[in-house]
Design a protein around this ligand. Structure first.
Ligand code: HQG
Length: 188
C-alpha cells in the first residue's frame, strides 16, 4: 500500500464527503446502494483514473469499493459511514459478529451512552471495532480523553439484533442498547 501524499489525502477526504454525505455538491446522485459510475466521479472531481486508483488502493482504511458491472462499466461507493440524510442501503447481509466488539468515544459521552446506549447519530449505523487499539484511534479523532466500551455483541445477536460487516471490515449495528455495553477503560 502506498502512503498517500497530503494532496491525495485531501482528495480522498473530498471523495468521502461526496460518496457518504453530500453527493449533490459534485452534481452526483448515488444509486439505491450508494454506487456512482467511476467515469462520473472522475468527471465531477476532475480526476484522472490513475489518480483515483492510487487513492482507492492507498486509502488507509479501504474506504472505497470499485465493482465492474455486467456491461463492463465500473462503479464506486464508500463502504461505510454514510449520513442518514443520504438514502443509501448498503444491502449487506446480517452476519454473526465476534463475541465482543469495541467502541471508542470521548469521555464526555460516557454518561449519555450508559443511559441511552450507542446511537448512530448522523449516520446510518453505529460503528464498532474488533480490537481496542482501533477503537482508541476512532475515539481520538474527537478527543484526547477516550473511553472504550465493550459491546456484548454475541448476546446482542442472540437476542435478535442484527450486525453487518462493511466491505472494509467495520462492524455495523443500528443501535447498541445500554444493557450490552460495559465501560472497558478510560484514559488509557
Ligand atoms: C457518539 C470514522 C452520546 C459516538 C471512524 C461517537 C469510524 C453518543 C459520536 C466511523 C451516543 C458519533 C464512525 C449517545 C453515540 N450519547 N454520544 N447516546 N451514541 N455517541 O463519527 O463511531 O475515518 O458518527 O460514540 O474511524 O466516532 O470516516 O461515529 O463519538 O469507523 O472512515 O457519537 O468514522 O471512519 O460520531 O466514527 P461518528 P464514530 P472514517
Amino acid at each position: 500500500m502506498t502512503v498517500l501524499t497530503r494532496e491525495q489525502v485531501r482528495v480522498s477526504r473530498r471523495i468521502s464527503m461526496v460518496l457518504r454525505h453530500r453527493p449533490e455538491t459534485a452534481g452526483l446522485t448515488l444509486d439505491a446502494n450508494g454506487w456512482v459510475p467511476v467515469a462520473d466521479l472522475l468527471a465531477a472531481l476532475r480526476l484522472s483514473r490513475a489518480e483515483l486508483d492510487v487513492i482507492v488502493e492507498g486509502n488507509d482504511k479501504s474506504r472505497f469499493a470499485v465493482a465492474r458491472r455486467d456491461d463492463g462499466a465500473e462503479w464506486i461507493r464508500a463502504s461505510q459511514g454514510h449520513s442518514r440524510r443520504v438514502a443509501v442501503d448498503l444491502d449487506l447481509p446480517p452476519v454473526r459478529p465476534p463475541a465482543v466488539l469495541f467502541h471508542g468515544t470521548p469521555e464526555e459521552n460516557v454518561s449519555s451512552i450508559r443511559r441511552d446506549g450507542l446511537r448512530p447519530r448522523s449516520r446510518h449505523h453505529v460503528h464498532l471495532s474488533t480490537d481496542v487499539p482501533t477503537a482508541l484511534v476512532v475515539g481520538r479523532r474527537r478527543s484526547a480523553a477516550v473511553a472504550i466500551f465493550e459491546v456484548d455483541s454475541g448476546a446482542m445477536n442472540d437476542d435478535g439484533h442484527e450486525f453487518y460487516r462493511s466491505e472494509n471490515g467495520v462492524w455495523l449495528a443500528v443501535t447498541v442498547p445500554p444493557q450490552y455495553l460495559s465501560l472497558k477503560r478510560t484514559n488509557p
